[in-house]
Structures are given as structure tokens and as C-alpha cells.
Design a protein. Structure first.
Length: 253
């Protein structure tokens, strides 16, 4: 991915003229000092957004006839590691979702068990930080249902997702806070557009956190950990792109 200036950053840095931002934004975003100023508004923007909106308000949902004819893949198209390829070859029969960290009862769930959990279906728009959008249909259990089954502890503040795809030799990771984790549209999708989720879109399981930008929707989820702090996760900013490309941790839309 290229270093891009997000819509949230444009709002958070109102003191900078919109014309200056939009002209040559790739060149500006390359400057480390500018990026530091640009993304320093993240916490303020998150606070303002949540103060002005109902935390449980829903992202817009669409009709089936409004679904996009083509839904592009974002990020990795295939982890293509020996372990992942072996799981894919057996249609993920041996795959397990591990749920741990600050929970009373750690879980190890098979795909069949996840598919047996009461699920939600939603048709929503995926907004990518790279500038494209697509409307797709997603199906899977609410993340909150699984966290309740694991007995998430009161001192847990964040959920960290560890994925099967590798970047720089390490597993991809992303995180959200408990507010978004228990949002009714935050689901672990195992189906897309009325078919079992394919590899390009994150099989066997991907996060859908519909009130945030696409890079927060972790694909190829292998493990979920409840934690009290993001300080020990990666470089401490809560996600791979946040750590390495200075993307916002909170990517609300």
C-alpha cells in the first residue's frame, strides 16, 4: 500500500488548507514530520466522532440489487505459506480459531463450530484507504457473541487479531477496542455474497468492523486476544499498517 492521507486526517487537521493537502499528497505524506502532525489528531477525531454519535448506531446497509458486480480484494490475496496452504487443501477442516488473553475460558473453535453459532447477515459498503469502495454481503457470528462465550474480563480494553498472512516475516495483526468489538455489525464473516468466503477475501474467517476503513477488517484470522493495552503489540500502535506506515489506529467512517 502507498502512504495516503485519509479523510479522517483531513478533518483532524483543519488548520492546514485543503488545497495544500490535495496537491501532491503522496509527496507530503512522505515527510515524517508532516505525518506526525497529520496523525496527531487521531485521538481527538475518535473522541469527537464518538461524542457526536451513538456508539451503537449502524453503518448503512444496502439492498441486494445494490451489491457491486466486482468486489476487489484488499491487502494480501493469499498468505501462501506452507501452513496456510495445507489448511486450504483440506478446506480448513483442521483450522481452529484461538480466543485467549484476558478471558475466563479460552476457546479453540473449529470452522464447523463457528458456522453453528447464530449469525448475522449484512450488506455493507467497504471503503478502502486506497480510494475505492464496494458493496458486499457478509455472513457470520457477531464477535460479541464469541467474546461473551469466552468470558471476556472487565479489564480487557482491546481485541488483537493475529492472521495467517505474513509481512516482513511476521504474522499480520490488527486491533479494535471493546466498544467496536461489541457493535452489532462487527462480525466474523465466513461467507460472502451467499458463498463460502474465498481465499482472496480472507478465508476461512475475516473480521468485519463496518464503521471503520477496510484495512481494519483483518483477513485470515487465526487468533483473537483480549488485552488491557496495545503497548506490547508490534511496535505499540495496534496494527501492522499503523506501526509501519503511520495509518490511524482508529479508522472510523
Amino acid at each position: 500500500m502507498k502512504r495516503l492521507i485519509t479523510r479522517r486526517a483531513l478533518v483532524a487537521t483543519g488548520a492546514i488548507g485543503a488545497g495544500a493537502l490535495l496537491s501532491g499528497c503522496d509527496r507530503i505524506a512522505e515527510n515524517p514530520g508532516f505525518r506526525k502532525i497529520l496523525f496527531s489528531g487521531e485521538k481527538m477525531n475518535m473522541g469527537l466522532q464518538r461524542a457526536l454519535s451513538n456508539r451503537h448506531s449502524l453503518a448503512t446497509e444496502f439492498r441486494p440489487d445494490q451489491m457491486s458486480p466486482v468486489f476487489r480484494t484488499n491487502g494480501t490475496n493469499n498468505p501462501n505459506t506452507p501452513d496456510y496452504n495445507a489448511m486450504a487443501a483440506e478446506r480448513f477442516a483442521g483450522w481452529r480459531l484461538q480466543v485467549g488473553g484476558l478471558v475466563a475460558t479460552p476457546l479453540s473453535l473449529s470452522l464447523a463450530q463457528i458456522r453453528a453459532i447464530s449469525a448475522r447477515t449484512q450488506i455493507t459498503r467497504h471503503d478502502c484507504v486506497e480510494g475505492w469502495s464496494a458493496i458486499g454481503k457478509w455472513h457470520g457470528p457477531m464477535l460479541g457473541t464469541i467474546l461473551k462465550a469466552a468470558g471476556i474480563r472487565r479489564d480487557a480494553r482491546y481485541l488483537v487479531f493475529t492472521c495467517a498472512d505474513l509481512y516482513r516475516g511476521h504474522n499480520y495483526y490488527e486491533s479494535i477496542d471493546v466498544v467496536d468489538a461489541f457493535h452489532p455489525q462487527t462480525i466474523l464473516a465466513w461467507a460472502m455474497n451467499d458463498a463460502v468466503l474465498d481465499i482472496g477475501h480472507g478465508a476461512p474467517l475475516r473480521l468485519r468492523v463496518e464503521r471503520q476503513l477496510g484495512y481494519k477488517h483483518a483477513k485470515y484470522v487465526m487468533r483473537i486476544d483480549a488485552v488491557a493495552s496495545l503497548a506490547g503489540i508490534g511496535l505499540g500502535k495496534g496494527g501492522y499498517w499503523e506501526d509501519h506506515v503511520d495509518y490511524d489506529w482508529y479508522a472510523g467512517i
